[in-house]
Structures are given as C-alpha cells and as structure tokens.
Write a protein that binds this ligand. Structure first.
Ligand SMILES: [Zn+2]
Length: 154
C-alpha cells in the first residue's frame, strides 16, 4: 500500500517541528534546567525527587523512576490518557496543523492507525530501550517437522 505513508509521516513531523517538547511539558510539569536537559517531578508516578527528564535536543522525555518515556505524542497519551488519534488531534490543534477529514470517517481512522504505527516504529528506533527479551527465540526452524521418524520423543 504505497498510499499515504509519506503524507502521514509528514504530518507527525510537521506537528513535532511546531511543538517544542519542553514548552509542551512545561504546561503540565514544573521543569528546571539541568544542563542540556530539564528536570521535574514525574507526573506519572509520585515522587519527591525529580527523576523526570526532558531532552529538548532529542525532543523526548524520560522518567528514571517509572521508566515512562517518549515524545510529545507519548506524553499527551499518557498524561491525558488519550488514545493516539486523540493525542494527534489535540497536538495538531495546538500546532495549528490541519488533519484532513477529521470527522471520524473510516478512511481517516485508517490514516491515524497508520500514523500510530509510524510513531511507534520511530520511537523504537530513536533509542528508547528495547525491551523485547528473546526476540529471536521463536524464529522458525523449518525442516524439523518432517516426520520420517516415529514420534517417540517422550
Ligand atoms: Zn515517573
């Protein structure tokens, strides 16, 4: 399906380029500068010492306490408890970006799901710790199932 992959991708980029993660999160969390990053009390778990970091260079946040992290979309999804498509509309609104046909048509839903996939894929390729233990564990080993021999293996 070579349809609106590029366009979707562009939309996310557009929104990200218009919204600075520090400005966004500063509306919710009291952030203090800490070197190149900003630090604050994590909004996702309760804590007394700030372990919530915002990295404006990479446009990501990360909490060392509860391990939540991601970009502006992840933040809004977690903070406002919104599904991706709502977070997208929310941020698009903030950014002044128009999402075509934003009235819940089926096609649009497809687009948003597509965006979500792109978003997730990007996140996992931008240095968020990959937590997929044993990813290779069930890569199929074909050819072991030719049953020439009788199945007496128990
Ligand atoms: Zn946290």
């Amino acid at each position: 399906m070579p349809n609106d992959g590029m366009k979707s991708d562009g939309l996310i980029d557009e929104i990200k380029s218009r919204i600075d993660i520090h400005d966004l999160i500063a509306e919710y969390v009291d952030l203090k500068r800490a070197g190149q990053n900003y630090k604050g009390l994590c909004p996702f778990h309760s804590e007394k010492t700030p372990s919530f970091m915002v990295n404006p260079a990479k446009q990501i946040f990360h909490c060392f306490g509860c391990n939540k992290g991601g970009d502006i979309f992840s933040f809004i999804m977690n903070y406002e408890n919104m599904p991706f498509n709502e977070a997208l509309s929310f941020l698009a609104g903030k950014a002044g970006v128009q999402i075509e046909a934003s009235h819940g048509s089926g096609a649009n839903k497809g687009l948003k799901e597509n965006l979500f996939a792109i978003h997730e894929r990007r996140l996992s390729s931008t240095g968020r710790t990959s937590r997929r233990p044993g990813m290779h564990s069930h890569i199929s080993r074909r050819g072991t199932s030719t049953r020439k021999q009788s199945s007496s293996s128990l």
